[in-house]
Design a binder for this molecule. Structure first.
Ligand code: PEP
Ligand code: MN
Length: 346
């Protein structure tokens, strides 16, 4: 529930609303905004009797949020959330942010080479898994902490921010300590203890859609992060399972405008996992930008044929450079811009 304050409401009026919400046994979240000041009420598991709050001085109206998710909804917050990442990068603003890098960090040479290549082509965030959720326990599982340290080296050298996955609650702290964005993978979208921990980690979170998750389930998982106090949440459409094995997944591009209408959170697309096929990544990256994605995440490796994971869907560096050229044109056509590396020519 949202208590919307009148334009002339004083800080005392807002304070009185906060106190009343607490007296009723709920938590209050004051939200000063450019358009309106409101106080959110959380902690209720059903409709709250709002008569006491409606009668308080300075209160304009009470909005009952109709969706099962509350704080992530557009009803709760009208303006889009802009997630600020280290290095002056903003996700959810006018710029479309490109995250690129290998599926997994494999060695110092591999990650540094990949970082230089994607940075030169214009990516602003480096991706690379140190902890890998693999279908088989016998395949490469990632370098762990050593991988995180190599990502930090790549950041020091290139100035790129880094995003990497945390697979369990203990891993969240390690990832938060080293990375700029904590990635929660598709397989863990509904790992609620992991979400709670990530919600308290003090770093932006990239939440990937589960491979059979509905949009409502995705937004409810994001709600876990906001409920813990983390407002810096970026959603990611990474393809859903279908009956057709022609592609690894089906990139659900409708999710992008849908999420934008239901939520104020930014949403990016991952055409690499979304298709599973290298030759389909560029067209779907173009389509994602055209559909209004706030960013894209793409797998790129100096030598995809030697990649220890996901080589089939990984771009060669020159293909990635071509992708960047093409999406600049698409962004331009819809009045957006591809975010440039800080310090690069505009
Ligand atoms: C990844 O981005 O490395 C990854 C494992 O993706 P997903 O969780 O979407 O499968
Ligand atoms: Mn991968």
């Amino acid at each position: 529930m949202l208590v919307v304050m009148e334009h002339g409401a004083t800080p005392e009026h807002v304070q009185r609303v906060v106190k009343t919400i607490e007296e009723l046994g709920y938590q209050a979240r004051p939200m000063p905004g450019a358009q309106r000041t409101a106080v959110g009420l959380v902690g209720n598991d059903g409709r709250v009797d709002s008569s006491r709050l409606a009668a308080l001085p300075g209160v304009k109206e009470i909005i009952h949020v109709t969706q099962p998710y509350k704080q992530v909804s557009r009803e709760w917050q009208q303006e889009p959330t802009r997630v600020h990442v280290a290095g002056g990068i903003v996700i959810g603003g006018d710029d479309v942010v490109v995250m690129a890098g290998p599926c997994a960090v494999e060695s110092e040479t591999q990650i540094l080479t990949a970082a230089r290549q994607v940075r030169a082509a214009g990516a602003v965030i480096l991706r690379g898994g140190a902890f890998k959720p693999r279908s088989s326990p016998y395949t490469f599982q990632g370098l762990g902490l050593k991988g995180l340290k190599l990502l930090v080296r790549a950041r020091e050298e290139t100035g790129m921010a880094i995003v990497t996955e945390a697979m369990d609650a203990e891993g969240v702290d390690q990832v938060a300590e080293h990375a700029d964005i904590i990635q929660i993978g598709a397989r863990n979208m509904q790992n609620y203890s992991l979400l709670k921990r990530a919600g308290r980690a003090g770093k932006p979170v990239l939440l990937k859609r589960g491979m059979s998750a509905t949009i409502t389930e995705l937004l409810l998982s994001a709600e876990y992060l906001l409920a813990e106090g983390n407002r810096d949440v970026i959603l990611c459409e990474r393809g859903i399972r279908s009956f057709d094995p022609a592609t690894r997944n089906v990139l659900d591009l409708t999710a992008i405008p849908l999420v934008h209408s239901l939520s104020h959170l930014p949403i990016i697309a991952d055409p690499s996992h979304g298709t599973g096929r290298r030759d389909k990544v560029i067209p779907m990256a173009r389509a994602a930008v055209a559909a209004g994605a706030d960013g894209i995440m793409v797998e790129v490796h100096p030598e995809p044929d030697r990649a220890l994971s996901d080589g089939d869907q990984t771009l060669y560096p020159d293909q990635f450079a071509e992708l960047m050229r093409q999406i600049r044109g698409i962004a331009d056509a819809i009045g957006r811009r591809i975010a440039e590396p800080v310090g690069a020519e505009a």
